[in-house]
Write a protein that binds this ligand. Structure first.
Ligand code: BGC
Length: 741
């Protein structure tokens, strides 16, 4: 099998050769199973009622997996029924959405992506696996690696943003973290990259909506993170809810059989999304649930989540000859293979250690570090931050300063808000008795439109040296089925910022949200803006350390911030048009009245919003400044099997020891199809002391310039390439090199 992936993501040896002894066990067990027991393994049930209620179907071997059960005693009891009372004693696989932590909640994945720190992300997934596995959960529905270029889509919070390379690196790191050094370790949980595939391109940013992704775009942009996850050894996959060009993912044999199995050699199992098999009826792709079951298994689904069409209809479909027994046998092999790899037959029960690992000190420390690295400094006029000794009185306003649940973010089922450390508590502790802290939230919650408290907040601001305004979104405003058409601050938060700014005191706006919000107006009124996405359990201490300069912000935007929702989709890796924007236009106020029809001289931009976004991809400031210089390439003409070495000098030109995320972008200037104006190919975190200068190296195999071309082949096409090394996607001087035959 050809190696299609960047070397940093995986070795090119392809999937592990199958373990013969394990395969023999699978075959031996399969041979003993009745048709009903086989179909039972393909059935996933959401936990319900009491143990007796569920025992009947488990004893009969009609359940392969249970989701949404987190009580270790109940998990143990259910597992005892499966192992001791079902005919073949096949253990259950217990699943849960452990998305950004189990009890200790890390920043939402979009925030973690802003760290550009795969090791930290891997550690976060490891912590989640340790906590979740301690109660008996051995399978998580993560990582979510849907490329998302539309912040109206609520689920943008759950993924790593707009970029294929960044998402590939982070997704693979999460897979490694969840699955640990070996799946068979009782503290490992099986990963489930989702949603396969294209879900993030939902039309209009409306959840569940159709997507229209042609094969080339699918292969160049949406599929690579899933391939990287396969290379990292992901045990399972989950399909997506959307139909792409009319074909629901649950019934898509092209992606499930051709790409996932034949091209990538995946040998784990694929689960539907919640009832996505029977939802093919609503899509108009199956007449009824029987046809839905038929289309799902034929396309390559192995396990059905909660909609029971497999258990109800597969026996009949097999009897009618519509589904071959071999299709069922293969699906069951895939499931049993993962159960064996997880060591479930040897260790089916939770180990009873759970109280000692939940919120362990090391877990909280890792969550705090993740929150520190996830924060993005978007503005810092006149060195407003960090707060210095000159600040004697701080006014804290805004509905998110002390909102323990709201800072956790979406998909938090098991993290408890009683463990959350909020910014208000942390700032009070950090300030001690030397600094007076006045807390006047002004609004009770983010959507609060009752402005009655705003005057009190403004009065507090007037008495202070600096105002810290904590605004953003409650957790429930992002995530599944929580999309927005308008990305301005909700409720009266904008009025609150305006009121405190009118006092003339410097305002530091601290945002906690599930997506990029259109905060241009509020940023203009603020001296500094620190953007956190939802930072999780330890968000408070992390933010306090950043505000007071114990830590220096280093995060970079993992997604483009639009000025207005009308600019969406707006992402850095777009193609050029025949009339590329010059980046300077906004014409609306300059067009004369009665202007005659003309397009000449105009380019691809909006009259009222221009072309540029509010903040580009990869952007983020620091308390210090960095200088890039002396970029040199190992060669200006390379062959396809060469490795390009890029060296440059990075200097800390400011006053603080700090970390810069240096980024390498490339453009394939002329190709058989138009290519993106820039594509991220490498990044690294570099820590420098004031005045320190380091030479940094990026190695980029030329093979990583390959793309799916006009002939739908993945190749490197010879020609000229542009290259940039910079601190964001819009900066840096271009250097060119050539690829020759
Ligand atoms: C979501 C999945 C999730 C599943 C199980 C669905 O609604 O789309 O991402 O894993 O529910 O909770």
């Amino acid at each position: 099998m050809a190696c299609l992936l960047p070397a940093v993501l995986a070795s090119c040896s392809g999937p592990e050769p199958k373990d013969k002894a394990l395969e023999a066990k699978v075959e031996k067990l399969l041979a003993r199973m009745t048709p009903e027991e086989k179909i039972g393994q393909m059935n996933q049930v959401s936990s319900y009622g009491n143990i007796e209620d569920m025992s009947g179907i488990i004893k009969k071997g009609e359940v392969g997996s249970i989701l949404n059960e987190v009580d270790p005693q109940r998990i143990s009891a259910l597992q005892h029924v499966a192992v001791e009372e079902s005919r073949l004693g096949i253990p259950l696989l217990i699943a849960r959405d452990v998305i950004h932590g189990f009890r200790t909640i890390f920043p939402i994945p979009l925030g973690q992506a802003a760290s550009f720190d795969p090791e930290l992300v891997e550690e976060g997934a490891r912590v989640a696996a340790i906590e979740a596995s301690s109660v008996g959960i051995r399978w998580t529905f993560a990582p979510m690696i849907d490329i998302a270029r539309d912040p109206r889509w609520g689920r943008i919070a759950e993924g790593c943003g707009e970029d294929t390379y960044l998402t590939s690196v982070m997704g693979a790191a999460m897979v490694r973290g969840f699955q640990g050094h070996a799946l068979s370790d009782p503290a490992s949980i099986a990963a489930c990259p989702k949603h396969f595939v294209g879900y993030g391109a939902a039309e209009g940013g409306r959840d569940y909506a159709s997507t229209f992704i042609p094969e080339r775009l699918m292969r160049n942009v949406y599929l690579p993170p899933f391939e990287a996850a396969a290379r990292a050894g992901a045990a399972t996959y989950m399909v997506s809810f959307n139909d792409n060009d009319g074909v629901p993912s649950t019934g898509n044999a092209f992606t499930l059989r051709q790409v996932l199995r034949d091209e990538w050699g995946f040998d784990g199992f694929v689960v539907t999304d919640w009832a996505s098999a029977t939802e093919m009826v609503a899509h108009g792709f199956a007449a009824d649930s029987k046809e839905a079951a038929l289309k799902a298994v034929q396309a390559g689904i192995d396990m059905e989540m909660v909609s029971y069409s497999f258990v109800r209809h597969l026996p009949e479909l097999i009897a009618e000859g519509k589904v071959k027994q071999s299709v069922i046998d293969n699906a069951v092999r895939n499931i049993l293979r993962i159960k064996y790899r997880l060591g479930l037959f040897d260790h089916p029960y939770p180990d009873g250690q759970q109280p000692s690992v939940m919120y362990a000190e090391a877990h909280l420390a890792a969550a705090k570090k993740a929150a520190v690295e996830s924060a993005i400094l978007l503005k810092n006029d006149k060195e407003t931050l960090p707060l210095t000794g000159k600040v004697k009185t701080i006014a804290i306003v805004g509905p998110l300063a002390d909102a323990p649940y709201e800072q956790l973010g979406t998909w938090v089922f098991d993290g408890e808000k009683t463990h959350t450390q909020t910014p208000l508590q942390a700032i009070r502790e950090t300030a001690g008795d030397k600094v007076q802290v006045i807390y006047e939230p002004g609004l009770a919650y983010s959507r609060d439109k009752n402005g009655a408290g705003i005057a009190r907040a403004a009065a507090a601001a007037a008495r202070a040296d600096v105002v810290l305004a904590f605004v953003g979104e409650e957790s429930i405003l992002s995530g599944e089925a929580h999309c927005l058409a308008d990305l301005n601050l909700v409720g009266a938060q904008s009025e609150l910022i305006a009121a405190v700014a009118r006092t003339g005191k410097p305002v530091v706006t601290v945002v906690m949200a599930g997506r990029p919000l259109t905060i241009g107006k509020e940023a203009d009124l603020s001296a500094a803006v620190l953007y956190n996405f939802h930072p999780g359990t330890m968000g408070g201490p992390a933010i306090a350390d950043l505000l007071f300069g114990k830590e220096v912000p280093s995060g970079k935007t993992p997604v483009t911030f639009p000025k207005t929702a009308g600019q969406i989709p707006v992402y850095y890796a777009h193609h050029n048009t025949g009339r590329p924007a010059t980046r300077t236009e906004t014409l609306i106020d300059r067009i004369p009245v009665d202007a005659g029809q003309t397009s000449l001289g105009n380019t691809s931009f909006y009259l009222d919003a221009g072309f540029d976004p509010l903040y580009p991809f990869g952007y983020g400031l620091s308390y210090t400044t960095f200088g890039y210089s002396n970029i040199r390439l190992s060669s200006s003409a390379l062959k396809k099997d060469d490795v390009l070495s890029v060296l440059f000098d990075l200097e800390n030109t400011g006053k603080y020891t700090a970390t810069e995320i240096a980024q390498l972008y490339v453009q394939d200037k002329v190709a058989s199809v138009a290519r993106p104006v820039k594509e991220l190919k490498r990044f690294t975190r570099v820590t420098l002391e004031p005045g320190e200068k380091k030479t940094v190296a990026f190695d980029l195999p030329v093979s990583e310039l390959a793309f799916w071309n006009i002939n739908m082949a993945k190749v490197v096409e010879p020609g000229e390439f542009g290259l940039w090394v910079a601190g964001d996607s819009q900066s840096g001087e271009e250097t060119v090199f050539k690829v020759i035959d």
